[in-house]
Design a protein around this ligand. Structure first.
Ligand code: SF4
Length: 559
């Protein structure tokens, strides 16, 4: 370069040198270009309708990370979901969200999601097209239906508290089989207890905000049990004394073997021996009856109750549960002294063999305190406004029966949606061992979990943030609400809505009744909301046209 500079460079020569230096890389890239797949930069000179580059849009939907069904709003910036917040209008969580709800984006963009349909060949999964996957599924199910009979095809799903439940029921009705709905956190025992105690096979709505004494048997209501965001807000109100009680704070006594979030927030946490919650609750009832502390307006026969509870003395219960006798007597007196006391039972206390009995024992305490249907007490959700959805979960016993059927080779095909029993069933159920007897397993999972790994065919479904749908919250806020989900982003991978897949299969499996005319789940959902609209219009709850009702519901995230 120095020698070059020593020479006098003419302007024309300088331009030549620059030209050559630019042309070199350009030619090199020209030849390299053929090897690289073409990519396009999409200009935002004309952005999609409603999009202003640099400004986020917020879309309402429903959190499906647990059965609580909180309302959410998702921040979308140039086509990507950036943040999830609580929907301030939704009458369950009123703008709040738990950590699990916030983590919904990790589900959506998780690189370990199943990215398209897969078929197991010689023990290994191979990627296949959707048309081939659907054709294999409909052909195999048609064959099984013809050869083994309709009742050899079974469905195993999470509880579907919305129109998707209705679609599953209608689809499975074509096979004359039952749909098994199962939730591993399993509140089936609690629902059964409510049926036996109060004639209501429903989840109860506990008025924590207006209570002044909570006695919780294993119900970790500030972390995972039931509707934790709603309960956390209510607990905050109870502690703040917003309901006008003097002193405000109320009292929380929590009985659970481990120090959970609720245990750590309690005034008293007692590490009870697992499985003895019901015995302890009956010992508290024993003291209430013995000391004539019960609500006299109940008109109960004290002698009869005394006899029924004679085996549950505080001394015996103390020996079984590990809770000191003096504590049992103290809790019984406090429970009645407080005018708005409330007994809860859930979590590990109901997800076990004695679950139903434990929950019934807690119901007895609510009954003796006379707080059923009273402010600060126990209420029951009104019936679901959507027809035919799958609210109930089977118990471990119910799932054992399915496992036994598989062992007896009575299940020729199993379609699994959003549950993983191979991982979370007790070993005694032998689910994985018996699943090997099922001839054709289809999984709709978006993740390669333990049950999906045993499937023959995977038809991966969208996540809730990519789907249309609706959901009736587990616990309502006094008025029955229905959350409405909308796709907030384009599908990230080559997945499909499970509703679309079922509708497609329904048309291609021979011999199914033509009860599912819709081609897309969106149409099925909208028809379901037309029925909801008609029912609420009849009761004068809306006056506008259906289209306006629908648009408003999409915008607000539900009705
Ligand atoms: S409590 Fe609400 S926000 Fe949290 S996971 Fe459940 S539905 Fe989502």
């Amino acid at each position: 370069m120095r020698s070059l500079l020593k020479r006098s460079i003419k302007r024309r020569d300088l331009l030549k040198y620059f030209g050559a230096s630019l042309a070199g890389p350009a030619f090199k890239n020209l030849f390299r270009y053929k090897k690289v797949a073409a990519e396009r930069l999409v200009s935002y000179v004309i952005p999609p309708e409603g999009v202003v580059p640099g400004l986020p849009n917020w879309y309402s939907s429903v959190c499906r990370q647990c059965a609580a069904g909180c309302g959410i709003q998702v921040k979308i910036l140039e086509g990507r979901a950036k943040k999830i917040e609580g929907n301030p209008d939704f009458p369950v969580n009123y703008g709040s969200l738990c950590a699990r709800g916030q983590a919904g984006l990790q589900v959506l963009y998780n690189p370990d999601r199943i990215k398209g349909p897969q078929l197991k060949v010689d023990g290994k999964f191979q990627k296949i097209s959707w048309s081939r996957a659907l054709s294999i599924a409909s052909k195999r199910l048609s064959e099984i239906k013809a050869q083994e009979g309709e009742d050899s095809i079974h469905f195993l799903t999470e509880p579907l508290r919305g129109s998707l439940g209705s679609l599953f029921s209608t689809f499975a009705g074509g096979f004359e089989t039952n749909v098994f709905s199962y939730d591993f956190t399993n509140d089936a025992g609690l629902m059964e207890a409510n049926l036996r105690s109060f004639g209501e096979e429903r989840f109860a709505n506990y008025d924590i905000a207006n209570s002044d004494y909570i006695l919780s048997f294993g119900a970790d209501f500030l972390d995972t049990w039931s509707s934790p965001v709603k309960h956390s807000k209510s607990f905050g109100q109870m502690r703040d004394g917003l309901v006008g009680k003097e002193g405000g704070r109320g009292r929380l006594v929590h009985l659970e073997p481990r120090l959970s979030v609720t245990g750590a927030s309690a005034d008293v946490w007692l590490a009870i021996n697992p499985g003895t919650e019901g015995i302890l609750a009956l010992a508290i009832a024993n003291v209430i009856i013995d000391e004539k502390l019960f609500d006299k307006s109940l008109g109960i026969d004290r002698a009869e109750w005394k006899k029924a509870l004679e085996n549950y003395s505080p001394k015996k219960a103390s020996a079984e549960s590990g809770v000191p006798k003096a504590e049992i007597v103290k809790i019984a007196r406090e429970f009645i002294e407080h005018p708005a006391s409330l007994a809860l039972c859930g979590g590990q206390a109901t997800a076990q063999v004695h679950g139903t009995s434990n929950a019934m024992a807690a119901n007895i305490l609510n009954f003796l305190a006379g707080n059923v249907g009273k402010k600060g007490g126990v209420f029951f959700n009104s019936p679901s406004p959507l027809d035919n959805n799958i609210e109930q979960s089977i118990t471990v016993k119910g799932l054992s029966e399915l496992s036994d059927k598989m062992a007896a080779t009575e299940v020729a095909a199993l379609l699994v949606y959003n549950v993983n029993p191979v991982f979370n069933m007790p070993e005694a159920v032998r689910f994985d061992e018996n699943l090997r007897n099922v001839g054709f397993i289809v999984s709709f999972s978006s993740f390669m979990d333990e049950t999906t790994a045993m499937a023959d065919l995977i038809l991966p479904s969208h996540t809730y943030l990519e789907s249309w749908g609706d959901f009736v919250p587990l616990v309502d806020g006094g008025r029955r609400a229905v959350g409405l989900m909308q796709p907030v982003v384009m599908p990230v991978f080559n997945t499909r809505p499970v509703g679309d897949v079922l509708l497609s299969l329904a048309k291609n499996i021979s011999g199914l009744p033509a009860s599912l005319p819709e081609k897309k789940y969106f149409d099925f959902l909208k028809n379901s909301w037309k029925a909801l609209y008609e029912s609420v219009r009849e009761s004068n709850q809306v006056e506008e046209s259906f289209e306006l009702f629908w648009e408003k519901s999409v915008q607000r995230g539900g009705w």
